[in-house]
Ligand binder design. Structure first.
Ligand code: NAP
Length: 461
């Protein structure tokens, strides 16, 4: 009877997860999506605690306490701008759990003489995907957090070595399926997976890191699926499949938004070209700085304004000030829209989340394809902390490393006002000719302070 109730609870949890994923697809229902997913996870965990296979609860309590102590600060205190590395760390933890379960189950089966081929196959896949994800995610975390150099670390023959390691890992797996009780081969497979994770992520850098984090998310999901098969747990299979597929779809969507093929992201070593190439892509013109008073006057009398938020808006947490400025312009009769680039910021939907938090109505958040047609009619495009996503080189300079990435056509607007602190480059490290365009004025300073000052001046204009 208990087993039937557990399976029903798993079914209910799976329903909640799928409903949650659907809700996460829209900004106005995303918060509900997170609540549904959290509830689903609670149902799944509680149901699992009733499993007859559990022999004692002590270690479960210790594990839950350690998880809660690590998870609370990660959830509450890590800033939104550090989300990619936080997510990378979560994948490392999840994959570590799967890998340890795999090693534990194999060791138990080996000493009990109960290893059978289907289980060994699942355990093998579990430690292969899990091992790669643990070290790959830790390297990704180190790069994104600035502990390791963010640029691609390249060595000769790296792709060939990675392919050889992958082939060696697969050979170990096939060997184990044929002869399950081979501790040495199993250990070699774990070591290969751990090494492959490091070597796979080291040569990736720059704007490609979040794509890799998403791909590692998908590997962590696949490791969970394998764990589910190995320990005969249906909810792990379902959740792992959802996780694996959504991570893969997200990685594909991000590559598409940057106009990069998946193979190019994995093997292209983006950003390895270094500073010289980046500088050479710029025309070398002079930026024209403006004052708050002049910029505010232009905004106060503009009929159509398009706000273009980017990573700098998230850094300075200026979303409320952006909305307040937009409201002030609208109160004076202007029309204000907000342009959303799919990879502005550091995670998909980053700008939607920030602007929704500031209470910008959803119908004013306009996606790239639609807003690009409206820039020609805009009197002022206000670029706030965006750089790569408004870089015309992506459209017109075939020599640029970001050539082909779809961008917001800010340079079509009648005039452009750029709010940034200085001459810093974007995430890709490429110079931006928009800033030296004769119709662009630069308002230097922290985005939040500049938006506050502009608001005060627009009020008085
Ligand atoms: P960006 O290219 O990273 O540029 C951000 C700009 O903001 C910088 O040039 C910086 O210039 C400025 N800035 C930083 N702090 C600021 C502050 N406090 N106040 C004002 N300005 C500030 O940002 P983006 O245009 O949003 O482009 C996102 C990049 O991330 C793209 O290359 C994209 O491919 C990559 N990426 C994003 C995702 C995703 O899912 N969103 C995924 C993968 C890759 P100063 O230092 O001069 O101020």
């Amino acid at each position: 009877m208990t087993e039937i109730l557990i399976q029903l609870a798993y079914l209910f949890a799976a329903f909640l997860f799928i409903t949650a994923l659907r809700a996460l697809g829209r900004p106005d229902s995303a918060r509900r999506g997170m609540q549904l997913a959290t509830f689903g996870m609670a149902v799944a965990v509680i149901a699992t605690l009733f499993q007859a296979r559990i022999v004692s609860y002590e270690w479960i309590v210790v594990g839950a306490a350690v998880g809660a102590i690590a998870g609370y600060p990660l959830g509450m205190w890590v800033p939104m701008t550090a989300m990619p590395q936080r997510i990378a760390l979560s994948h490392a933890f999840g994959a570590l759990a799967a890998t340890l379960v795999g090693i534990g189950e194999y060791t138990n089966g080996f000493s009990g003489g109960t290893l059978v081929r289907p289980t060994v196959m699942a355990l093998g896949l579990e430690v292969l995907f899990g091992g790669v994800t643990v070290t790959g995610s830790l390297i990704a975390f180190g790069k994104l957090q600035g502990i390791l150099p963010g640029r691609p670390l390249i060595f000769q023959g790296q792709n060939a070595i990675n392919v050889l390691l992958l082939a060696a890992g697969c050979c170990c797996l096939i060997w184990l399926i044929a002869f399950p009780a081979q501790v040495l081969v199993f250990s070699a497979m774990v070591a290969i997976a751990i090494l492959l994770g490091i070597l796979f992520v080291l040569p990736i850098g720059g704007a490609d890191m979040p794509v890799i984090v998403s791909l590692l998310n998908s590997y962590a999901g696949l490791a969970a699926v394998a764990t589910g098969f190995a320990i005969d747990n249906n909810i792990l299979i379902i959740v792992g499949a959802l996780d694996g597929l959504s991570g893969f779809i997200l990685a594909l969507a991000m590559s598409k938004a940057m106009n990069r093929s998946f193979a190019n992201v994995l093997f292209g070593a983006f950003g390895a070209t270094g500073t010289d190439t980046a500088v050479a892509t710029a025309s070398g013109g002079e930026m024209s700085a403006t004052t708050v008073e002049d910029a505010a006057l232009r905004l106060a009398y503009a009929e159509r304004v398009i706000m273009v938020p980017g990573y700098g808006l998230a850094v300075s947490q200026a979303q409320h000030q952006m909305r307040e400025l937009g409201d002030l312009i609208e109160n004076r009769g202007g029309d204000v829209r907000y342009a959303i680039h799919p990879v502005a910021g550091r995670m998909p939907g980053h700008m939607n989340v920030l602007l929704a938090e500031a209470g910008v109505p959803y119908d004013k958040l306009i996606d790239m394809d639609e807003i690009n047609e409206r820039f020609v009619e805009a009197d002022v495009a206000v670029v706030v902390g965006a750089n790569d996503v408004v870089n015309p080189a992506a459209r017109i300079n075939p020599a640029s490393p970001i050539f082909g990435m779809p961008i917001l056509k800010v340079d079509d607007a009648k005039s452009v006002l750029v709010l940034k602190r200085g001459k810093g480059r974007g995430f890709s490290g490429v110079e931006n000719d928009l800033f030296v365009d004769p119709k662009t004025s630069m308002l230097f300073g922290d985005a939040r302070q500049s938006l506050l000052d502009l608001g005060l001046q627009v009020k008085e204009a």
